[in-house]
Design a protein around this ligand. Structure first.
Ligand code: CFM
Ligand code: HCA
Length: 538
């Protein structure tokens, strides 16, 4: 626990001090202090190419497209076109849970790949891809098949879209392809965009059978990691809110097809699904608001925002009743645990939204986040409403045509007039509202984008947090440094952490971790035997 005042500028200097001048200059732009709720938000460098040689924790475009956005849909056969490694290493690693019920399809336990070999690389893999689609169809009879290209596919020029079109015609089901070769873009973020475009183009709004329900919503950017979406579903059901579709944890093709009947889109992970939110607003007139179901108070706030949006007293009352029912368990757990966690400190370096969302949960335990950052978020995720996202079709999305706006979008949902939206804003529900991480963090906290391995070790050494949250690549190095390490991607074996039940799970897990001495008692062999060798830049 650090007690002396923190000088963030000094820490920043120390972090980059040993780097070659050019590298230090570039990295300095990606490190800024928090704004502590102030209006002056410093500009951060984000979503740019990682400096070669620096060990980044980022993933690739294929990971963002197949692994993140489309992978968790449970009844689409997600077929990787490539050598077996990409399919194999993205198979069940993310802990996105599913429940198909007694009759539903669930292809999540399977790994579908064309398993390209040298022969296919030399002579082309399109025939093999057609055969694989046919085989998947014959064995599983899915409603949809989605194909993902890996790096070599782009290099040899297989036309996966042509194969998908042919097979769609032949089989009479939805077949579409994603040009998501790993090398496109600077991170998995490009893959999100590609997947968003293809879901929008091929699935959303393709079934016009109306959905029943008084208050109908979709959740965009919720992947049911560790069962988070199940807990959110439980709460929404209790409130009487109809959830048409979750993009994409435990989702079905049919729910995507009818998602345009929602009155409101709620966006959980803005980074990965903002494109669909924007496109659905343009095409079907569905407004979107930001929600955060990570943290008990954040959950209550999100429910209240949804209820306020509908401007319906019955719903407002019901939501208050649900919150009142759920809060006593939260308060009792906090009362027990907080005396042991109060004043402890944490660091979080995760993807493109969790390093922000989880700050609420640490706050509820009286813990301070000393330093946080995203791997691949964009400036709008950091700077919030200060940088509005520019939604345009980028070079990676070569297959999307100009969106056709439904002439009669109101037949799907009663859109609010600009005046009604203004009135909602006065009540604290701003459509397209989102807060960034920088504004949320205090002035003596640091924000670091695309943190490198070296910076990770250095910042731990300098600031000595009580717990460090990140992913599998960092995990064992952190533990060897004598520090508890919580995976915030797959939650290790834990979760759910969303909603009310999730908050209690989190309080208990974090209590156990920050109050255990086990990691500080372990020493790596080189620490016991010494002398330790230290690498240096020349
Ligand atoms: Fe969104 Fe995610 Fe995240 Fe993300 Fe990811 Fe993930 Fe993540 Mo890993 S969609 S940005 S690309 S919340 S897989 S469920 S944990 S890096 S912070
Ligand atoms: C990805 C997926 C990942 C990786 C997590 C990790 C996930 O980026 O391809 O590095 O531990 O959440 O599974 O973010």
């Amino acid at each position: 626990m650090s007690s002396k005042p923190i000088n963030v500028e000094e820490i920043k200097k120390e972090l980059i001090a040993k780097m070659p001048t050019k590298v230090a200059r570039k990295r300095a732009k990606a490190i800024v202090p928090g704004a502590g709720g102030g209006e002056e938000i410093p500009e951060i460098q984000a979503n740019v190419r990682t400096i070669p040689g620096i060990i980044t924790q980022r993933g690739c475009t294929y990971a963002g497209c197949k692994g993140v956005v489309l992978g968790p849909s449970r009844d689409i056969v997600n077929l990787t076109h490539g050598p077996i490694g990409c399919g194999f290493y993205s198979w069940l690693t993310r802990r996105n849970e599913t429940d198909a019920g007694p009759d539903g399809d669930n292809f999540i336990p399977y790994c579908f790949s064309t398993d390209m070999t040298e022969h296919d690389i030399v002579f082309g893999g399109m025939k093999k891809l057609s055969a694989a689609i046919q085989e998947a169809y014959d064995n599983f009879h899915p409603k949809a098949i989605s194909v993902f290209s890996t790096c070599p596919v782009g290099l040899i020029g297989d036309d996966i879209h042509a194969v998908a079109r042919q097979m769609q015609e032949k089989l009479g089901i939805t077949v579409f392809a994603n040009s998501c070769e790993g090398y496109r873009g600077v991170s998995q973020s490009a893959g999100h965009h590609i997947a968003n475009n293809q879901i929008m183009k091929h699935i959303i709004g393709t079934n016009d059978t109306p959905v029943e329900g008084k208050y109908k919503i979709n959740i965009l950017g919720e992947y049911n990691i560790g069962g988070d979406a199940f807990e959110i579903e439980r709460i929404l059901e209790k409130c009487g809110i109809t959830l048409i579709s979750t993009f994409s944890g435990n989702s079905t093709v049919e729910s995507f097809r009818r998602a345009h009947f929602a009155d409101l889109n709620t966006v959980m992970c803005h980074r990965s699904l903002n494109y669909v939110a924007e496109m659905m607003e343009t095409k079907f007139g569905i407004p979107w608001i930001k929600v955060n179901f990570i943290g008990a108070h954040a959950t209550a706030k999100s429910l209240r925002r949804i209820a306020t949006y509908f401007e319906d007293q019955d719903l407002i009352d019901k939501v208050e009743q649900v919150i009142a029912e759920e809060m006593p368990a939260i308060e009792a757990t906090i009362k027990d645990i907080r005396p042991r966690t109060e004043g402890k400190t944490a660091m979080m370096f995760v993807g493109g939204s969790r390093a922000h969302h989880y700050q609420e949960l640490f706050g509820e335990l009286g813990m301070k986040v000393l330093c946080a950052g995203y791997e691949f978020a964009h400036r709008d995720d950091y700077e919030g409403r200060h940088v509005l996202p520019k939604i345009k079709v980028d070079a990676d999305s070569r297959n999307i045509e100009e969106l056709e706006v439904e002439k009669d979008a109101t037949r799907y949902n009663p859109r609010k007039t600009p005046e009604q939206l203004e009135a909602l804003k006065a009540k604290g529900v701003e459509v397209k509202d989102y807060d960034g991480m920088i504004g949320q963090m205090s002035k003596d906290a640091l924000i670091i984008d695309d943190i490198s391995q070296y910076e990770t070790e250095k910042i731990i050494e300098i600031m000595k947090p009580d717990i460090f949250c990140a992913g599998i690549k960092e995990k064992y190095i952190i533990q060897k440094m004598g520090m508890p390490m919580k995976q915030l991607h797959n939650y290790d074996i834990g979760g759910p952490y969303a909603g009310f039940v999730g908050a209690v799970n989190w309080y208990r897990d974090i209590d156990r971790m920050v109050n255990s001495k086990i990691w500080a008692l372990t020493k790596a062999p080189w620490q016991m035997e010494g002398p330790e060798l230290e690498a240096s830049y020349v």
